[in-house]
Design a protein. Structure first.
Lengths: 270, 396
């Protein structure tokens, strides 16, 4: 089994704070992590390798410091890393990101590609399916269970739906996007972290994956961010502090019964 | 490429404070842009000295005027139109009227033609109807192929999808096949003065908002968050045209097959489509206490949500989880019971219209963003609240 996992380095959203004076994000000193959904994808790949044998390659596109994210994945048990880094890749939207990853991946052998269902910063959930289309394989999204028959080269997965899940079968290769519940990613021990530094990380740039510069980055993107702004901050609500919980509950109920959505509900139940 | 015109830069640091990616710094009183720059353009627009320039490549013009009309993908499940599709028809109607163009719905399924009238009553001028035996349930491969074909044939200017699980599976595949731009999970749509679709969406869990255009590709496509757009009442007297589209599917294109469907939740608890969500956190203490919040949810016809610890402790399955590694929701009313409001939870619900928090800790972060907060013991307050609301709603 040859497995490729696509990962993204993201800022730890929990550490992002809003500057109360300028109303903008304070990004200084915010640590970078491997996108949590991508860690689930890496964990699944490593477990499949442990069960069926094979090789796990992690690939990321990003600035040179995205190497840190690859090191983490190597410490989790991946075998090789690929860092796609070039100034020409900057400003990529989901299409340009998927195109760039596909340019590198289509030269590789694989039975399975795993991605996180979405990244916690951009939260688009688009790169996985767009990458699959670029490679001409089928994506199966929101996967929470994977079983592989390596002899028959078939895969069975559970895909989350709004009501429960679907059981989906397909021939390999496919691309899966992982959600929470698929597994609990391991936390690598110090020994693994040290060993990871000896594993191979190949760096690829535009010249090494080929193609026209205008297909990449900002110029290869079909969407364009024209404005970024900070939404109005919430706050200044009514806080009820009462000794008697029954009085507090009554006050809250009265406030809620005046809300349009509850009034609408009252019409409906009557 | 991004450039700082050193002679113009005054070292004022406006770029440093505005950059959402932490990529601007001022060294020796001159701005520098580091490798983490995402070319979003925030600094370029805010620089008082106009010292930052992003060089944007010129594009080959395609014949954009060929593309006309606003389309809504009318997602249905088991013969029922999703609420979000009706919301999108109301919003799509406004966009189409601004452009002076038609609004159409695309309806895909097996024996679904009876739904066309509903779509027309909700604003569609046309319904493109694609029916086939193989389309009873959503199938990613088949739906992608058929929708791509009908878009290529009729060339709409805009296509909108609900940002449901299936909508967010289908839209990126169609976008990639057509090689067009797609914006995810929008919360605002408008038409610019030059007739482009202006798409507004939250990023970083709603900490910043981005406005996005797809200038050079058609159709302009977006997925839209359920429960955000206002749904207008239907007009049964509206007339529209139903256009039946050939749905020839070679079964071989279906590479991934749904072989079984497992239902785990009863109807009406779909978090993404719920108007009201009652959510519980670690404060609930043990799984035996969940009926306390369930009762409140039932009284309000609400969906049951929870924060991460509740799922980690196996008190509720993951499909109930709201937050960074769960679902992002924006109901009209969100009631957080025993949830302290860690940022991971807040990013999943802070765009809700009204937030209510019940927590014993007066310093809990959730109380800072709540419209109404109660400090106290949830086990005493929630049953009383349920009783009062039941009385107010149903008079018993």
């Amino acid at each position: 089994m040859k497995i490729i996992v696509c990962v993204k380095q993201v800022p730890e959203v929990t550490e992002v704070k809003i500057d109360p004076k300028t109303n903008t994000l304070i990004r200084e000193g915010v640590p970078s992590i491997v996108n949590p959904f991508d860690e689930i994808a890496v964990e699944e790949a490593v477990r499949l390798k442990e069960k069926h044998g094979g090789e796990v390659t992690v690939i990321t596109m990003g600035p040179p410091q995205a190497r840190q994210a690859l090191l983490r994945c190597l410490a989790m048990g991946a075998d090789k890393g690929i860092l796609l880094t070039d100034r020409a890749f900057a400003g990529s939207d989901t299409w340009a990101t998927a195109y760039t990853l596909a340019q590198a991946i289509k030269k590789m052998e694989y039975d399975l590609i795993l991605c996180g269902a979405r990244a916690i910063d951009g939260d688009t959930a688009q790169v996985g399916p767009e990458l699959a289309e670029n490679l001409g394989i089928t994506p199966i999204t929101y996967v929470k269970k994977v079983e592989i028959d390596t002899e028959k080269k078939r895969i069975t997965v559970h895909r989350e739906t709004e009501e429960g899940y679907e059981v989906i079968e397909s021939r390999l290769p496919v691309l899966l996007t992982a959600i929470k519940g698929l597994n609990e990613p391991r936390i690598p021990a110090l020994r693994e972290i040290m060993l990871a530094k000896k594993k191979e990380i190949k760096e690829l740039n535009l010249a090494s994956i080929g193609g026209e510069p205008q297909s990449y980055g900002l110029s290869g993107s079909f969407t364009e961010v024209v404005r970024i702004f900070t939404p109005k901050q919430r706050g200044g609500g009514i806080i009820i502090k009462e000794e008697d919980p029954a009085v507090a509950a009554k006050k809250l109920a009265q406030l809620l019964l005046e809300e349009p959505i509850i009034k609408k509900l009252r019409e409906k139940v009557k | 490429m991004i450039r700082v015109i050193v002679d113009k830069c005054t070292g004022c640091k406006v770029c440093v404070s505005i950059c959402p990616f932490g990529a601007a710094e001022v060294v020796n009183e001159k701005a520098q842009i580091t490798a983490t720059c995402n070319l979003c353009g925030a600094c370029e627009k805010s620089c008082p000295a106009q010292a930052i320039i992003i060089e944007r490549p010129k594009r080959a013009e395609i014949n954009l005027a060929e593309y006309k009309g606003v389309w809504v993908y009318a997602e249905q499940s088991e013969g029922k139109i999703k609420n979000v599709a009706l919301e999108l028809l109301s919003e799509g109607r406004k966009l189409a009227d601004k452009l002076g163009q038609e609004l159409a719905a695309v309806l895909i399924g097996k024996n679904v033609s009876n739904l066309s009238d509903t779509l027309i009553a909700h604003g569609a001028d046309k319904v493109y109807l694609i029916e086939n035996e193989l389309l009873e349930r959503y199938n990613s491969d088949a739906y992608t192929t058929l929708l791509t074909a009908v878009i290529s044939q009729y060339k709409p200017s805009i296509v909108l999808y609900g940002a449901t699980l299936n909508g967010r599976d289908l839209a990126p595949r169609v976008a990639a096949r057509l090689r067009v731009g797609l914006t995810a999970d929008c919360t605002g749509l408008d038409i610019t003065d030059d007739g482009l679709l202006l798409q507004t969406r939250p990023a970083f869990g709603g900490n910043i908002m981005a406005q996005i255009l797809s200038r050079y590709t058609r159709p302009q496509m977006a997925t839209v968050r359920p429960n955000v757009m206002k749904r207008a009442p239907p007009d049964p007297s509206r007339k529209g045209e139903v256009i039946r589209v050939e749905a020839n599917i070679n079964p071989r294109i279906i590479r991934a097959k749904v072989v079984n469907v497992v239902r785990e939740v009863s109807e009406g608890v779909n978090l993404e489509e719920a108007d009201i969500i009652v959510s519980c956190g670690r404060g609930i203490g043990k799984p035996e206490n969940i009926p306390v919040v369930e009762a409140l949810a039932k009284t309000l016809n609400a969906a049951l949500g929870c924060s991460r610890p509740v799922v980690d402790e196996n008190w509720l399955p993951h499909m109930h989880q709201v937050g960074q590694t769960g679902k992002t929701v924006a109901p009209k009313l969100y009631i957080a019971v025993g949830i302290s409001g860690m940022i991971q939870h807040l990013v999943g619900m802070q765009t809700s219209d009204i937030i209510v928090a019940i927590n014993k800790d007066p310093d809990a972060p959730i109380l800072k963003i709540a419209n109404y907060g109660v400090v106290g013991d949830l086990f005493k307050i929630v049953p009383e609240l349920e009783k009062e609301l039941r009385k107010g709603l149903r008079g018993d």
